[in-house]
Design a protein around this ligand. Structure first.
Ligand code: AMP
Length: 581
């Protein structure tokens, strides 16, 4: 076993080696680090840099994005390059083009005060000729996606014979994306290397297999890092029934005004669907997934980076390489299968010393997975109640008030209009003015959430359990009505009082849970508390009226589905017309 891998030595390093100078980095690199504003090495940097600088040991490091892993391998990699030798001395493999560009940029930033290093990023989807020219002009470090580097090897544009160090960045993702063969080819082409450094957010058996095949007693780093990486992140979860998940997502977003978030979905299809729904509902959101062209992905990323986009809905793979350090919330629309993937996703927030919140919107059957993540990752989740309509309104209101307080006033520009404005508002008292200003924004939320149902699920309930009658009756005093369309009306001999009698005596729906009932010639519109919809549906659908089965359609959103943002932004498409059967 190598001297560095002793657990005592790691602990020693962790507590006492707290600055970059003590690590033995060159003056020029120290200047670069300082210019970037890095004061203290992150835990992964504290553990990796000394080993990587002073030994030729192979390294396996468990490190999520956001932990400072790029500098952990980048700084020692650069320091161990001999700039006077003009050939490829190191290779960094990354799963995506975005990550390649980001890593190459980071390396360039570290060497701002020692620009004798030549680094090139090569990846698919860009001109191979231009990349060939750059390589031929002499480079020290190639940062590459595996597929493109194999392509360059096949064309004999590059030789890895004299490569001393190979870094596999986000190894788990590289293997997920099917790059194992390409990684094998590259590691064989770089067989004269002195060390291999593997960085991975998770450690599935496929990643272990690489370490087993290509490494000799590697130094293992990462257990402490995992805890440190999560220290600034709070983990919350919201429980709802599966049909309410989208509504719960909207509530959570609405209850966090000013959110700048990344929403993870499990599949491309779900990503598209949620993004489309959110855009339709007037949210400032867009999707990032593998079906988009590279230029569309770049465009979406740019908007997000510039904060012109508030919510980015993404798949795990597409979100790789996103380097945005001030994401306030990561939302998991459902949980991933692997706890490690959850941790990796959550690591997109709470970066570089900032606080972040990781929010999971789940159904009761997923609650067990929360416990599994808690055990595996040694973190704690807090269950939060899905905000009710009045709570969302309250949070929005105070956000509006805060924004008004902090509003920058362009005195010069507004000055010419002020006399007219004062004149127009002259009759209003200060109180009336405040009420009106706050209401201009607030009314939309109030209108949307006035009758919104409580979509929380009881914590104690198991999958499939439903609230009991008393709970629903009690809940019905505060929650919203669902509108049902029945295919029966006056022409079928239906009277309002008959229907009410049926609902109350047969289906035991309390009177207060029944809203407006309008019996028309051919159909009936019936408002009933959301908690009783299932019972009403079941009961009515078992009835025949003059030989005709009663059929019911329901409108799922409260208030006929009008989104709170409707006035301001894109109009929602109108609801599908109700086909009375
Ligand atoms: P990475 O995990 O390499 O993607 O880095 C995450 C973010 O942390 C990047 O924005 C880095 O610029 C930043 N960072 C890396 N190391 C440090 C450090 N020692 N101090 C402050 N910020 C850092």
């Amino acid at each position: 076993m190598n001297k560095w891998s002793s657990p005592h030595f790691d602990t020693f390093l962790f507590f006492f080696m707290t600055n970059f100078i003590d690590m033995g980095l060159s003056e020029a690199l120290l200047q670069g680090v300082e210019a970037l504003g890095f004061e203290t090495p992150t835990p992964i940097q504290q553990q990796v840099i000394p080993v990587a600088l002073q030994s030729d040991d192979d390294i396996v490091a468990l490190a999520q994005t956001g932990t400072g892993k790029t500098a952990a391998f980048g700084l020692p990699l650069l320091q161990r390059i001999r700039p006077e030798d003009k050939y490829v001395q190191a290779v960094v493999l990354c799963p995506t083009r975005e990550l390649c560009i980001q890593v190459a940029n980071d390396l360039a930033n570290y060497t701002r005060f020692a620009n004798r290093y030549k680094v090139v990023a090569v990846y698919g989807g860009a001109s191979i000729e231009a990349q060939m020219r750059q390589i031929r002009s002499g480079v020290h470090i190639i940062v590459a996606t595996p597929g493109r580097l194999v392509d360059l090897l096949v064309r004999q544009v590059v030789s890895l014979d004299r490569v001393s160090r190979v870094v596999l960045d986000e190894a788990d993702e590289m293997l997920n994306m099917g790059f194992r063969d390409a990684v094998d080819i590259i590691l064989e082409a770089a067989e004269n290397r002195q060390s291999l450094w593997l960085f991975s957010a998770t450690m599935p058996s496929e990643v272990r297999a690489i370490a087993d095949t290509y490494m000799r007693t590697p130094v293992e780093i990462g257990a402490a890092t995992r805890q440190q990486a999560n220290a600034d992140i709070e983990h919350h979860y919201y429980l709802c029934r599966s049909e309410h998940r989208y509504d719960a997502l909207k509530r959570v977003v609405d209850a966090h005004p000013g959110i700048y978030g990344l929403v993870f979905c499990r599949t491309r299809a779900e990503t598209k669907e949620i993004a489309e729904q959110m855009i339709r509902d007037g949210y400032n959101a867009d999707a990032l997934h593998g079906d988009l062209s590279q230029s569309d992905r770049d465009r979406v990323m740019q908007r997000f980076r510039e904060r012109n986009l508030q919510l980015l809905i993404a798949t795990d793979v597409a979100a790789r390489g996103i380097d945005v350090s001030d994401i306030s919330h990561v939302i998991h629309y459902g949980l991933p299968d692997e706890p490690e993937v959850y941790i990796h996703r959550a690591g997109r927030t709470g970066r570089a010393g900032r606080k972040g919140v990781s929010i999971s919107i789940i159904t009761p059957k997923m609650e067990e997975r929360i416990r599994l993540i808690e055990r595996r990752a040694r973190i704690s989740f807090m269950r939060k109640p899905i905000p009710t309509g009045p709570e969302v309104c309250e949070r929005q209101l105070f956000y509006i008030i805060q924004s008004i307080r902090e509003q920058e006033v362009q005195r010069e520009q507004i000055a010419p209009f002020l006399p007219q404005i004062f004149e127009a508002l002259r009759d209003l008292s200060k109180e009336e003015l405040i009420e009106r200003f706050a209401s201009t924004e607030f009314n939309r939320f109030l209108a949307y959430y006035r009758n919104a149902a409580d979509i929380n699920v009881g914590a104690h309930r198991q999958r499939g359990d439903r609230p009991n009658h008393a709970e629903r009756a009690q809940a019905s005093s505060s929650i919203g009505h669902q509108r049902l369309f029945l295919n029966i009306g006056h022409m079928d001999g239906i009277q309002k009082k008959d229907l009410l009698g049926l609902l109350m005596s047969e289906f035991r729906v309390p009177k207060r849970a029944i809203g407006k009932v309008e019996v028309k010639r051919t159909h009936t519109l019936l408002e009933v508390d959301a908690a009783f919809v299932r019972d009403v549906r079941r009961g009515l659908e078992a009835f025949d009226v003059n030989g005709r089965r009663i059929r019911i359609n329901e409108d799922s959103a409260p208030n006929g589905g009008k989104a709170p943002y409707q006035d301001k932004r894109k109009k929602r498409s109108s609801k599908t017309p109700i086909a009375l059967l």
